[in-house]
Structure formats: structure tokens, C-alpha cells
Design a protein around this ligand. Sequence first.
Ligand SMILES: C[S@@+](CC[C@H](N)C(=O)[O-])C[C@H]1O[C@@H](n2cnc3c(N)ncnc32)[C@H](O)[C@@H]1O
Length: 277
Amino acid sequence: MGYDPRYPQKHYDQLADDEWTRLTRSRRGELNYVVHIDVLRHHIRGDMDVLEIGAGTGIYTKELVHMAHRLVVADLSQVQLDLNREHMRELNLLSLVDEYRLLDLINLGELNDASFDAVVCIGGPLSYLLDQEKRGVQEALRIVKPGGIAIFGVMSLISTLIRFMGALKSERDAIGIDNLRWVLETGIQDRDHTPTSEHYCHMMTSANLDSLLADEKVEVIERRASGLLSLATEDSLAEVRTDDELWELVVERELAWSKLPGALDLGSNIVYVVKKY
Ligand SMILES: C[S@@+](CC[C@H](N)C(=O)[O-])C[C@H]1O[C@@H](n2cnc3c(N)ncnc32)[C@H](O)[C@@H]1O
């Protein structure tokens, strides 16, 4: 099955404002968030023109508006874009967003080549492109100036498998062992192999990201696991969260260990920062 934008569009239209709390309603989400923010703080400077593609309801938009010089916010889902605008209005940040655009990552045609210092593409837009992933990466890089950066974040296959191990037997019973093996080998959930779900996506390993970027004129300047300590149970994290001192320590370790090469595939998301030649 190839990429069909109607599926992610419908998925995120339906999720609507549930997305606004996706990283605050669980401690797992919180850990995922702190690493992404850490990456953004390190790489987005106050003199940068930034495109945030796949911005969703604005969890990172509300931070990026303070970090960037100029911020263009884009998404495939009109519902998500409208919600983003609404949240920025509520937070009195709307005037800091330069522009909202309904755009698909595989076709940023309206945006000029080399017109941004940075493109931020985190929380998964790249995970929905299936056979168009390469095109998505190239489109993102096309609009970045030489010397500029792109930040890509994708869902991690291994972390997802660990988290959903309890559902593996029922998944095998529903789709059969051959399909399940294919899903685990490729990370791809599509109509041909998982007829039980329309959440068609590619959960990746770092090897997938490496090969997607291998032929591009980029240097990978940072690789991070985000939400590494989310491998703990939500209950145990929630207990730690009740104690400020302990939570601070856990966040400190999450940020430090998220940089370890050996941790890369174990975070709930894998984040790469690349510099365009
Ligand atoms: C999990 S949400 C992440 C939103 C936000 N970046 C965050 O991390 O909270 C994924 C977002 O990517 C958008 N998206 C999915 N495929 C896309 C595509 N091909 N082009 C642009 N946006 C896309 C969805 O509509 C959704 O808003």
C-alpha cells in the first residue's frame, strides 16, 4: 500500500483536540516532551525563520514562537490547524505565528527553495508517508537554506513493540503470524498486512532514518531517544512524579541518557537533527 494522505488526515481530524493533551496526560508523554524541548532549545535560535510541519494542536508551536524569529505553522489536517490557531489565541501567542498553512510534507510546493533556516518535523509526520518518505525528507530539505537544519522525529518500532507486548497474541490471532512478522520486520502497518487498523504508519528504527538520510546532502548533528525512561510502567512513573525531587532526577537522567547511542531505538520517538550542506 502506498501513501494516501486521506488516512492520516482523517485520523487527526477525528483525534482533534485530544491531541492537545497527548504529552501531558501521561508521565510517559511528559518525558517524551522534555527531550523534544531540549532538542529545540539547543538548535532553534532567535534569528531563525522556521517552518513547523505537522504541528498538530500546537504543543511545540507554543514554545517555538518564543524561540524563532519567524514561525510558519503547517499541517495536513485542517482540524489540527484550526485547533492550533485556537490554542495560540487562548495563550495570547497568535500574533507571534507568522502564518498558518494547510500543507502535506510531500508537497511544500508553495514554499520557495532555501527559504527557511530550520524545518521542525517532529511527533511523526514522517511516519505516515510510507512509500513517499524519501520525498518528504527531500521536500523538507528543499526549503531549508544551506547551513540550515531539519529536525525529524519518528515513532520508534522497538519501543512500541515493548509497550504493546501484552497485545501481541491478540494481534497475531487477528492478522496471522506472517503478517505480524512482516509488521515487526518492516515496522509498517498498512492495509495489506493490518486490516484491523486504519492507522497506517511506519514505526521506524534508527537504521530506517539513517538510510532515509544517507543520500542527502546533510550531516546528522544529533541523534536522540525521546521518552527512553517511558519504558517504565505508567504507574511507577506516576508515583515518582508525586515527588518533585525524584522526578527532577529522572528527568535529568532522561535528558542525559537520551544522548547515548545505545539508547537511540528505545525511546518512544527517535529524533534526528541534520544540517544541510
Ligand atoms: C502525532 S501528531 C504530532 C503533532 C505535533 N508535531 C506534536 O508533536 O505534538 C502528527 C501530526 O502530523 C500531521 N501530519 C501527518 N501526516 C502529515 C503530512 N504528510 N504532512 C503534514 N502533516 C502531517 C497530522 O495531521 C498531525 O497533526
